[in-house]
Write a protein that binds this ligand. Structure first.
Ligand code: PHE
Length: 344
């Protein structure tokens, strides 16, 4: 019996498995239910009392040694296998990851907001689904008046057949909400998405983005309007950019004007962008019509105000010369990545 124990001990100590299969063969051979250690314990039952005293201890120690060896080999094999499976090369560089960039329209909108914030304007927002009152009636568009056709509206027909709900056609609706719910003075800009029923092409889209502005207080005059917008243009397009005002018509302002700036591309020499006139139109503006003030519960004898509205897409085009409006909504990262120079 001692002989066998010595022989097995030597075999166990020398054993070094190359893989899990070899270790399993080892386990079955020595530690299995029909293994050699089990046999030794069977043999042990048959020996005399004298030998039992000697071998009891020896046999148990041998069994523990075999089990410990198995556990140790299994551990070693497991961790070895893990490293092998992953085939880790710790010197490999990590995977790069893409940093997103801001949409050019957001960049320009934020720039516009910043300029007006420095002049004391706050930002106001309102719903994109509007009722007739806020989008039209309060703004002096009489029912059935052709002025409503200036803006091709997406009406939303309700269950009862009425259609006084629409996608807002301009953010002037936010001006109405602001004046209805507060007291003058007001000095705010309203950025937001607006909708018009136009066929999608390089030059038109069924939605676009606006920033409108409103300033209502005592003694606000057209010269305040001119100077505010002149300052805005100098900030956005650089000192020396010229402006000119042309008479125009909007139901909600009187007098009304459109403002042109000297072409940002050719600096007034004439190019494709300004159709060789040297000027490009960037916004509509005017003094808030007294009817609009009254519609919103503001005393038009005491208060006057100016308002203006511009399309962010147009302003962005003049900054970056983007020839096709559709690029703004396609979200092609190759386009979007070209605008942000700093990572915020
Ligand atoms: N709401 C007008 C538009 O959608 C722009 C505008 C705003 C004009 C304020 C004058 C005053 O085109």
């Amino acid at each position: 019996m001692q002989e066998k124990i010595d022989q097995y001990t030597a075999e166990i100590n020398a054993f070094s498995p190359a893989n899990a299969d070899e270790l399993e063969v080892f386990r079955i051979k020595f530690l299995g239910t029909k293994g050699l250690i089990k046999d030794l314990f069977e043999e042990f039952k048959a020996v005399g009392p004298e030998e039992k005293r000697v071998f009891g201890k020896v046999l148990n120690q041998f069994k523990q040694m075999a089990e410990a060896k198995y556990a140790e080999l299994k551990d070693g094999l497991d961790s070895g296998l893990k490293a092998q499976d992953l085939s880790l090369d710790l010197t490999l560089p990590g995977d790069g990851f893409e940093v997103g960039s801001r949409h050019p329209l957001s960049l320009v909108r934020n720039e516009i907001i910043d300029i007006f914030k420095r002049l004391g304007f706050v930002v106001a927002e309102g719903p994109e689904i509007e009722d007739d009152w806020h989008n039209f009636s309060a703004l002096n568009f009489p029912q059935e008046h052709p002025a409503r056709d200036m803006q091709d509206t997406f009406f939303i027909r309700k269950g009862d057949g009425s259609d006084d709900i629409a996608l807002r056609t301009h953010t002037s609706s936010v001006q109405v909400r602001m004046m209805e719910n507060g007291k003058p003075p007001f000095r705010a800009i309203m950025p937001g998405r607006v909708y018009r029923n136009e066929a999608i092409s390089a030059r038109a889209h069924c939605f676009f983005h606006q920033v409108e502005g409103l300033y209502v207080d005592e003694n606000v005059s057209f010269s305040d309007l001119k100077q505010t917008l002149f300052h805005f243009v100098q900030e956005l397009y650089g000192e020396g950019t010229k402006v000119r005002f042309r008479p125009s018509y909007f139901p909600f302002t009187e007098p009304s004007a459109e403002m042109d700036i000297s072409c940002t591309i050719c600096k007034g020499d004439g190019c494709n962008m300004c159709k060789y006139t040297g000027w490009v139109e960037i916004l509509g503006c005017g003094m808030v019509d007294p009817n609009v003030l009254e519609n919103c519960g503001i005393d038009s004898k005491k208060y006057t105000g100016f308002a203006f509205g511009m399309g962010i897409e147009r302003i962005t085009n003049l900054k970056y010369v983007i020839r096709d409006l559709r690029l703004f909504s396609e979200n092609d990262v190759r386009f979007l990545k070209q605008f942000q120079t700093d990572i915020i």
